[in-house]
Design a protein around this ligand. Structure first.
Ligand code: GRG
Length: 333
């Protein structure tokens, strides 16, 4: 069968969906007591993030919901498919939980005991505004509140077993087998070679850096994609392909981040560039140079496209997921 090529407008696709996520986040984070805590939570979550994890979650839910017949129709009339309101209702609490967990990881990552950053999303970091104690607690509160939102607000049309699987996968993506573990690997390989933890077994620089990236960054990105598909009723085969795709995207997203740390300026990035070199971080760029990073990004883009081409996802969904992968790799901030 001839492959249909879509002209996919990611900006148009993202704008509406991002707005829905942000409206819902603002609703869940409406001011309450203790005021200082909610203010600190809102400060970080509602600031100008790209929302790629939420968009990925929605796109993967839609990829399971959209059938090839709808996909072809949209191509004939040359228009993007509208979002399905009930699917959006199903997935929005999950998207918000993910964005809250992500924001908490940024708050903690910026603390003086971690990366010690002053600027995030173009604004002073949470601890610079609220102090370290409140920033720490705002992060803790977001982590738990995200889980509460997922379990409390996901519509009861989602089967209990599905919701349990999603909550279990979220815990795994966050904990020692995910982000927290990744942050420990990251800290262990930060600083002079003597600072690295010699108890960690790794056979090469590639393996060490890839492990940091997969745990620290790709785990939550993989969860975002997988959970969107899962909650929309994906088959085991569909979940496997989405997970492989998101693993590629997650690694690419962090390598692109490493590249931007040396190529982008502060106003575009919204955070201080050049920190990886200053902190002697093990990143794709500090280990393999900019050329090495670009080469790897090209390989990952090709790998992600092939995975999607060989999948049974509708053409329209393949185009959406390809556009998100392209964005993760070629973004300017
Ligand atoms: C999760 C319990 C728990 C603790 C946190 C600090 C920490 C443990 C993990 C660090 C995770 C981290 C900050 C990874 C970096 C991932 C990354 C590239 C973040 C930037 O994401 P963007 O570019 O940010 O999507 P915006 O601001 O656009 O949302």
């Amino acid at each position: 069968m001839t492959k249909i090529t879509y002209r996919f407008d990611l900006e148009k696709y993202s704008t509406l969906r991002r707005k829905l996520v942000e409206q819902r986040l603002a609703e869940y984070l409406a001011p309450k007591e203790p005021h200082k805590l909610w203010e600190a939570m809102r400060y970080s979550v509602l600031s100008a993030g790209k929302r790629i994890r939420a968009l990925l979650c929605i796109a993967c839910a839609e990829a399971i919901d959209i059938k090839e017949s709808q996909s072809q129709k949209s191509n004939e009339i040359g228009e993007e498919l509208p979002f399905v309101p009930c699917l959006m209702e199903t997935v929005l609490p999950l998207c918000c939980a993910i964005e809250m967990v992500h924001a908490m990881s940024l708050i903690h990552d910026d603390l003086p005991s971690m990366d010690n950053d002053d600027l995030r999303r173009g604004k002073p970091t949470n601890h610079k505004v609220f102090g370290e104690a409140v920033a720490l607690l705002a992060g803790d509160a977001l982590l738990v509140y995200g889980t509460q939102i997922l379990l409390e607000k996901t519509p009861r049309t989602v089967e209990a077993n599905t919701l349990i699987s999603v909550a279990q996968a979220m815990a795994k993506a966050i904990g020692p087998e995910g982000m927290v573990g990744g942050q420990i690997f990251d800290l262990a390989f930060t600083g002079s070679p003597a600072a690295s933890d010699n108890n960690m077994v790794y056979t090469s620089d590639i393996e060490a850096v890839e492990r940091i990236h997969l745990y620290k960054t790709a785990a939550l990105i993989r969860f975002s994609a997988w959970s969107g598909a899962c909650i929309a009723g994906a088959s085991t085969e569909q979940l496997a392909v989405i997970d492989q795709y998101a693993s590629v995207l997650g690694l690419a997203f962090q390598i692109a981040d490493d590249v931007l740390d040396v190529t982008a300026d502060i106003s575009c990035l919204g955070k201080t560039p050049g920190k990886d070199q200053v902190l002697h971080k093990s990143t794709w760029v500090t280990c393999f140079g900019l050329d090495g990073a670009h080469k790897k990004l090209n390989e990952l883009e090709a790998e992600g496209f092939t995975l999607l081409d060989n999948s049974d996802l509708a053409n329209y969904s393949q185009a959406t997921l390809k556009a998100l992968l392209r964005y993760a790799i070629h973004r300017k901030k």
